[in-house]
Design a protein around this ligand. Structure first.
Ligand SMILES: Cc1ncc(COP(=O)(O)O)c(C=O)c1O
Length: 388
């Protein structure tokens, strides 16, 4: 059975072009990129090309790119790595409450070590409240962090303005770019970004590989969070050539298709809106679609529990929010932080589009979602009046 996949923020299907680029490094070119012999040199050239491709996607020099196992690890190196020094003066860090758990849990770990962790306010539309961010920054702030594109509601944060505020206060800005890289144009220098995380599996690359961009002057301040052979001063461990090659190929593909993908996904969003408007008159968005990426639609389907809806669908794969929170019975902390009432948050689902999706499959998938929502609303509230 063909599964209609509407969960492209959780992960994406590996593109055939990416897979083809990877396979030779699992077969004949399996050398260790640190080895001095001919196979090692071939692997090293492939890794260098991947660093150049990631750099190009970000507008960064390849020497500023460190390969990691994904955005979670990149966030850990960028944020924990700044606090591995002996601190005599009081220090603080500012977090964004709608960010992914891979940033927020680092905040908890830092707080347990005695770092003063602060939370910037977010507005109802999902963007950071810049006046509040300015108020939270002071001479002891080492870093503030924010996800460029929110993984549940798709909001795009005003990164250049946030970076300017951080720098005015003498702090750094770390950006979690897991949902932004390959989706929106990125120029780390123009935005004033100090460090940025990304992940291959969010852009049709393989799971288990990502990268950290760290501006040269910032890189000197970061300490590793794990120690080993020192293949790279910030991140030890044998470089998984095939994965890194996959990341590079995914970045080249994303860059080549950036504009076409944006246009195609914007068109898909219009198709999705038409189905939703026809079938669920009066449905609401969470967040503000005008300041969001087109591939994320977080919508309230009245009278149903999002979790039950999602779990009962056999032909359509979508979720209510971040994959790492899907076991939680609580309403989404992202939706709660932007002021969505608990009932609406519990009735919300996240629809995440991809250029690999056909209009026909999207319509079929959403028809099935609405059909199931109608059935559940009938059972739960005794009335399915929200649905046609
Ligand atoms: C915004 C954001 N940051 C970080 C991550 C974690 O990425 P990875 O799976 O590469 O560790 C995700 C994955 O869902 C994400 O959406």
């Amino acid at each position: 059975m063909n599964i209609i996949y509407l969960d492209n923020c959780a992960t994406t299907r590996v593109d055939e072009e990416v897979l083809d680029a990877m396979l030779p490094y699992l077969r004949e070119d399996f050398g260790n990129p640190s080895s001095p012999h001919v196979l090692g040199k071939r692997a090293r050239r492939a890794v260098d090309l991947a660093a150049a491709s990631v750099g190009e996607l970000l507008g960064a020099d390849p020497s500023t790119i460190v390969f990691t196992s994904g955005a979670t690890e990149s966030n850990n190196i960028a944020l924990l790595g700044l606090f591995e020094h002996e601190d005599r003066a009081p220090v603080n860090a500012v977090f964004c409450p709608t960010d992914h758990k891979s940033s927020l849990s680092i905040g908890s770990a830092l707080a347990a070590r005695g770092v003063d962790t602060r939370t910037m306010a977010v507005r109802e539309d999902g963007q950071a409240d810049l006046a509040d961010l300015r108020a939270k920054l002071d001479a002891h702030t080492r870093v503030a962090t924010a996800a460029w594109v929110n993984s549940e509601i798709g909001t795009i944060q005003p990164i250049a303005q946030m970076a300017a505020l951080c720098h005015e206060a003498g702090a750094l800005l770390h950006v979690d770019g897991a949902q932004a890289a390959g989706r929106i144009p990125i120029d780390v220098n123009a935005e004033g970004i100090d460090t940025l995380s990304l992940s291959a599996h969010k852009v049709h690359g393989p799971k288990g590989v990502g990268a950290l961009y760290a501006r040269r002057e910032v890189r000197r301040r970061l300490r590793p969070v794990m120690y080993g052979g020192g293949q790279h001063e910030l991140r030890s461990g044998t470089i998984p050539t095939h994965l890194v090659v996959g990341l590079g190929a995914a970045c080249r593909l994303a860059q080549r298709r950036l504009n076409d993908n944006w246009t195609a996904i914007t068109r898909l969003r219009e198709v999705a809106l038409k189905v939703l408007t026809d079938r669920v008159p009066g449905f609401r968005f969470n967040g503000d679609p005008n300041i969001s990426v087109p591939h994320v639609l977080n919508v309230v389907l009245p009278g149903v529990r999002g979790e039950s809806l999602v779990a009962g669908l056999h032909r359509v794969a979508l979720s209510t929010g971040s994959a790492c929170n899907s076991d939680s019975q609580e309403p989404s902390y992202v939706l709660t932080a932007i002021g969505v009432a608990a009932d609406d948050a519990n009735s919300s689902v996240r629809i995440c589009l991809s250029p690999q999706l056909s209009e026909e499959d999207l319509v079929t998938g959403l028809e099935l979602v609405c059909e199931r929502a109608r059935g559940l609303a009938e059972v739960v509230t005794g009335a399915s009046t929200h649905y046609r």
